[in-house]
Design a protein around this ligand. Structure first.
Ligand SMILES: NC(=O)c1ccc[n+]([C@@H]2O[C@H](COP(=O)([O-])OP(=O)(O)OC[C@H]3O[C@@H](n4cnc5c(N)ncnc54)[C@H](O)[C@@H]3O)[C@@H](O)[C@H]2O)c1
Length: 341
C-alpha cells in the first residue's frame, strides 16, 4: 500500500481524509500534536476502518521529527492539514498563526525535498477570494487582500508553493480551496470537535439543538441575499475528504514541477436561514435563534464554480445540505451520549 502522510490527521478534515484514503487503497500515516484535536479521533478512525493508523505525536515544525517520519516511511505523498484555523484568534495572536501555518509548510517542503517526495496537497480556503465580484467564484478570479492573519497565511502558503514550483524544484502540488466543510462520517465515530465556543455556524447550530448553547445569533438579515442572511457553499466533509484522494492520485501522473489549485464546494449557496430550516427538518427540533447585528468582516455571499475540479480531477460532491446536517446532528447526539433513533 502506498503511504500518504497526513499532517494534522487527527483533526476534523484530516481524520475523514484518512478514512477516504483507506477506502482508496492507501495507507495513511498521521502526525499531529493534538493542539486542536483529541486522541479519541484515532479510536473513531479505528472503529470505522478496523485498522490502527500509525500516528506520530508531535509538531510538524520539528525538523528532527519530520526527518524521522520520512526516514521510517517511504512516502508517496503528503496532505498538509496542520495549521491553526480560528480567524478571530488570528487577529489577536497573528504571530502564533504566521509561525505555525507558514513555518510548518517550509519545514515540510524542505523535508520532502531532502527525501525526494514530490506530491503535496495543501489545505487552502475560499477565504483567499474575499467577497468575489462575480459568483459563482472561479479559480481564475484574482485573490483579494486577506481579511485576517489566518486568511493571509493561506495566501502566503499558496505563494510559497507557486514560487517553489517556479524555481523548478521537484514538487508537484495542489492547493484545494475549501468552501464551508460541515457534516461528519455517517457512522458518527468521527466529526468536528470544536474547542470552546464554536465560531462556525453548523457546530453552533447543533450545540444549540443539543441544549449546550442557549441561543444562536444570526449575524444580520438585511444583506442583499434571497432572505437577507449570508450565503455559503456548505460541503460535506466526506466529499471534501474524497477530493483529497482524487488530488493526491492525480498528482501521481504529473511530472514535477507542477502546481495548480481547485475550488472544493458543491456549486450551490445556502443562506443561514436555510441551514436553520434544514437543521430543524432533519433533527425534528425547533432551533432557538435570534437575529443580531451584522458581524464585521463577514463575506456576504460566496459559492464555488466547480467546473474545474469536476472535469480535471473527476470529482463531484455527492451529498447535499440535508445529508450533511443530518450527519452533523447525529455526531452531536453521539457526543452528547444520545442516539437519534
Ligand atoms: N474547517 C474549515 O472550515 C476549513 C476551511 C478552509 C480551510 N481549512 C484548513 O483545513 C485544514 C484542516 O482544518 P480542520 O478543520 O480539520 O482543522 P483541525 O483543527 O480540526 O485540524 C488541524 C489539525 O492539525 C493539528 N495541528 C495544528 N498545528 C500542528 C502542528 N504544528 N503540528 C502537528 N499538528 C498540528 C491540530 O491538532 C489538528 O488536529 C487547516 O489547514 C485549515 O486551515 C479548514
Amino acid at each position: 500500500m502506498e503511504k500518504i502522510l497526513i499532517t494534522g490527521g487527527a483533526g476534523y478534515i484530516g481524520s475523514h481524509t484518512a478514512v477516504a484514503l483507506y477506502e482508496a487503497g492507501y495507507q495513511p500515516i498521521i502526525i499531529d500534536d493534538f493542539s486542536n484535536s483529541e486522541k479519541s479521533a484515532l479510536d473513531g478512525l479505528k472503529k470505522i476502518t478496523g485498522k490502527e493508523t500509525p500516528c506520530y505525536e508531535g509538531d510538524c515544525n520539528d525538523v528532527i521529527l519530520m526527518d524521522k517520519i520520512f526516514t521510517e516511511n517511504q512516502l508517496s505523498g503528503v496532505i498538509h492539514f496542520a495549521a491553526f484555523k480560528a480567524v478571530g484568534e488570528s487577529t489577536q495572536l497573528p504571530i502564533k498563526y504566521y509561525k505555525n501555518n507558514i513555518n510548518s509548510l517550509l519545514v515540510l517542503l524542505e523535508t520532502m525535498e531532502k527525501h525526494g517526495v514530490e506530491n503535496l496537497v495543501f489545505s487552502s480556503s475560499c477565504t483567499v477570494y474575499g467577497q468575489p465580484d462575480q459568483l459563482p467564484v472561479k479559480e481564475i478570479t484574482p485573490r483579494k487582500d486577506a481579511e485576517s492573519p489566518y486568511g493571509n497565511t493561506k495566501k502566503i502558503c499558496e505563494d510559497i508553493l507557486s514560487d517553489q514550483v517556479k524555481s523548478k524544484a521537484r514538487l508537484s502540488a495542489i492547493a484545494l480551496r475549501y468552501f464551508n466543510p460541515i457534516g461528519a462520517h455517517a457512522s458518527s465515530h468521527i466529526g468536528e470537535l470544536p474547542i470552546g465556543v464554536p465560531s462556525n455556524l453548523v457546530p453552533f447550530v447543533t450545540q444549540t439543538g443539543a441544549g449546550i448553547r442557549k441561543e444562536l445569533t444570526v449575524f444580520g438579515n438585511d444583506y442583499d441575499t434571497p432572505d437577507g442572511t449570508c450565503v455559503r457553499d456548505y460541503i460535506h466533509v466526506m466529499d471534501l475528504a474524497e477530493a483529497h484522494v482524487k488530488a493526491i492520485t492525480y498528482l501521481k501522473d504529473k511530472k514535477s514541477p507542477f502546481y495548480d489549485w481547485f475550488n472544493v464546494g458543491t456549486g450551490k449557496g445556502n443562506t443561514v436561514l436555510e441551514v436553520i430550516e434544514t437543521f430543524e427538518k432533519v433533527s425534528g427540533k425547533p432551533l432557538n435563534y435570534t437575529v443580531g447585528p451584522r458581524r464585521p468582516g463577514d463575506v456576504v455571499k460566496v459559492w464555488a464554480d466547480t467546473e474545474k475540479i469536476n472535469h480535471e480531477l473527476g470529482w463531484t460532491a455527492r451529498f447535499n445540505l440535508e445529508d450533511a446536517l443530518r450527519d452533523s446532528w447525529n455526531w452531536q447526539l453521539n457526543l452528547s451520549g444520545n442516539s437519534s433513533s
